[in-house]
Design a protein around this ligand. Structure first.
Ligand SMILES: [Fe+2]
Length: 227
């Protein structure tokens, strides 16, 4: 075997190292892996959709489950959504305006174009907004949205629409929930592949201390290109 044949390409070494498992690869491959840049994955954009609120309620805070002056909270499963917004360098994006809007637990939007016959929930805010803190963090309390039949594209998996307005970037996208049977059928999620698909699906995390015992907590970090 020639000296040339013995010399493995960087790609081959990385492949071998990956195949051998993270704990068993040889030193040379390990040093190559250490030098290899992590694949930067930004959060992909997904369509605004037809149900962006035309008329927003006056209350637009980060708790979508209750409205001032109403005794009852919104119907459905309470979920907390929390995450951190960073740029591709991993720097926190502070001061970004984060808006969310979504269907209620029955899969109905408060929107005149929503022809779904499911009921509206008078106690559900449907739209919320907040600004990221110095670490780029956001947090919303809301209701797990129901699936719904969308015009033309069929049943949508449960999702929350996000708009992030930062100093340099504006991102419009959608966050999905893990292990939802409809995720594999959702028209828009099918366009998002590989790491980018993973990037739009939230992760279940231990509940935030002190919240309602039956509530679920999901973490979803957002990566902007510049911030
Ligand atoms: Fe939607």
């Amino acid at each position: 075997m020639s000296r040339e044949d013995k010399r493995l390409s960087r790609r081959e070494m990385l492949g071998m190292a990956a195949g051998a498992g993270a704990l068993t690869f040889c030193g040379d491959a390990a040093s190559l892996l250490a030098q290899a840049p992590a694949t930067p994955v930004f959060t992909p954009s997904i369509i605004l959709g037809p149900f962006y609120p035309q008329i927003k309620l006056s209350e637009q805070d980060a708790d979508l489950t209750s409205l001032a002056g109403r005794q009852q909270r919104a119907e459905g499963k309470v979920v907390y959504l929390k995450g951190r917004i960073t740029n591709l360098k991993g720097e926190p994006v502070s001061g970004a305006k984060v808006s969310i809007w979504q269907a209620n637990t029955h899969g109905k939007y408060r929107h005149n174009s929503d022809m779904n016959t499911a009921p509206l929930d008078p106690n559900f805010q449907g739209f919320g907004m907040q600004t990221t803190d110095a670490e780029g963090r956001y947090r919303f309390k809301t209701i797990k949205p129901g699936p719904y039949p969308a015009p033309v594209v069929g049943m949508r998996a449960p999702h929350v629409h996000f708009e992030v307005e930062a100093k340099h970037d504006r991102l419009i996208t959608q966050m999905f929930f893990p292990n939802e049977p409809l995720n594999d059928q959702d028209h828009f999620l099918q366009f998002v592949k590989g790491l980018y698909r993973e990037a739009v699906i939230a992760k279940p995390v231990p509940p935030i201390v002190g919240i309602e015992p039956e509530a679920l907590t999901f973490a979803w970090d957002i990566v902007l290109i510049s911030g």
